[in-house]
Design a protein around this ligand. Structure first.
Ligand code: AMO
Length: 423
């Protein structure tokens, strides 16, 4: 059997085709019935005569029939069913009316019934775009001589500070879910020089916000023998162009459906933290601390859009107070750490790291840590690490801002948030 997809029927006018998919919607007009069949490629209208009884929507089905042009049908073509088969009939009405894309229901309900609400064309589109972004990430880095690595997600200590760690029982020991692959990707720079990882990480975020998940997909990069963090930013710029290019081409239909407004990829300016703080204070009248909160990020994003017409904005030279101990200190209170804002939301943290053992010990102490507690982290720095740096992109945040989702949870198939462990 050769299967024709909904998106291909136009190429088969006058021919008999076999379609497979789901009963998206149905209408009975007495003598004649109309059904919409939805498959992974789209939706096509099927005309069904009285011989067949249509089951509840979402039943999985096969249709054999002839393709005819029909100006009134969605897409301009329809299939006149000659034979219908149902693989599994839905046994109850769908809790969500899938064809109604603008659901006026509580967002919690959509997440509760995610196993079916995801079937909606608009609901499923962001994840398809995300898959393309990740493919673009891998392809670009492979071409640049990076090696993909797979590091443990069960770890003995946090890499990003202790406040949002999930503890787990590991036989007779205490263990944690990895907050990031930070230490491991640094170790692997000592092995392959250029590495990346695509994997979930875990953060015990206490508060429910529109940009925090408790489990998210971290796109991590780390590279050795750099001159400064600016090499890392250069790489991220090119990488983002490649990722967005992949999404734009391979998920053009999804982007169109979601009315994606394409960001300006030509320029991603770099603003030093001190200057960003001055702008916030003097030009935007916002008092700010060492780290920027959500409001400050949004304001800077809007400022950069208005002033320079850009969607991506790097904030470089973060102060030590706002960076983890491994950030390379400049000696003047600032570090070689940076963030990248996309449409006013932080989608990346990164920077150059400390590569000398003595400096790391010093920085740990300066931040009030006992280096003995970081023995596991410190070991590799006794063995000649090169100057190196990297970054991590939150895949869901990038997707959220690209396709315009109100909440980061819709950029994950099965989000884990403060109150949600199912489905
Ligand atoms: P950081 O902790 O800033 O840096 O995280 C990097 C990026 O991950 C995303 N992110 C999140 N996305 C969804 N929900 C969350 N709770 C969440 N927390 C973070 C953001 C953020 O920019 N090891 C460093 C990275 C590095 O320096 O290489 C780190 O993890 O997009």
């Amino acid at each position: 059997m050769s299967r024709t997809l909904a998106s291909q029927v136009a190429q088969h006018v006058g021919q008999t085709v076999t379609l497979q998919g789901f009963l998206h919607w149905k209408r009975n007009l007495g003598g004649i019935q109309f059904a919409l069949l939805r498959d992974k490629s789209g939706i096509v209208q099927v005309v069904v005569d009285k011989r067949f009884e249509l089951p509840l929507a979402e039943s999985s089905m096969k249709v054999v029939g002839q393709v005819v042009a029909s100006p009134k049908a969605p897409g301009g073509y329809e299939v006149i069913a000659e034979d219908l088969e149902f693989y599994a009939k839905a046994s109850e009405p769908s809790p969500i009316e899938i064809p109604k894309e603008e659901w006026r229901v509580n967002p919690e309900t959509l997440l509760e019934y995610r196993y079916v609400s995801l079937r909606g064309e608009k609901a499923r589109a962001p994840l398809k775009v995300q898959a393309a972004l990740v493919r673009g990430f891998r392809n670009y880095l492979d071409r640049q001589g990076f090696t993909e690595i797979f590091t443990p997600k069960i770890v003995s200590a946090g890499a990003e500070g202790g406040s949002n760690l999930f503890g787990i029982d590991y036989f007779e020991h205490r263990a944690y879910l990895a907050q990031s692959p930070q230490l491991y990707k640094q170790i692997m720079v000592g092995v392959y020089e250029r590495v990346y990882e695509v994997a979930p990480v875990f953060r015990a975020e206490q508060h429910a916000t529109s940009r925090h998940l408790n489990e998210y997909l971290s796109l991590d990069v780390e590279m050795g023998f750099i001159e400064s963090e600016y090499d890392v930013m250069d790489l991220e710029e090119e990488l983002l162009r490649a990722m967005l290019d992949e999404a734009r081409h391979s998920t053009a239909a999804e982007c169109k459906l979601l009315e994606v407004e394409w960001p300006n990829l030509a320029e991603m300016p770099r603003l030093e933290h001190q200057e960003a703080r001055r702008i916030l204070r003097e030009e935007l009248g916002m008092p700010v601390g060492a780290d920027f909160n959500e409001e400050a990020e949004r304001a800077l994003g809007a400022w950069a859009k208005e002033k320079w017409g850009v969607d991506f904005l790097f904030i470089a030279k973060y102060p030590e107070a706002a960076r983890p101990f491994y950030a390379y200190p400049e000696g003047d209170g600032s570090t070689r750490g940076f963030d990248l804002l996309f449409r006013g939301l932080e989608i990346t943290s990164g920077g150059q790291r400390i590569h000398r053992y003595e400096t790391l010990v010093e920085q740990l102490k300066k931040k009030g840590n006992d280096p003995a507690h970081f023995a596991g982290y410190l070991e590799v720095f006794k063995f000649g690490m090169p100057p190196h740096g990297g970054f991590a992109i939150g895949a869901e945040r990038l997707t959220q801002k690209l396709v315009g989702l109100p909440n980061v949870r819709y950029a994950r198939a099965f989000p884990r948030d403060r109150h949600r462990l199912t489905p």
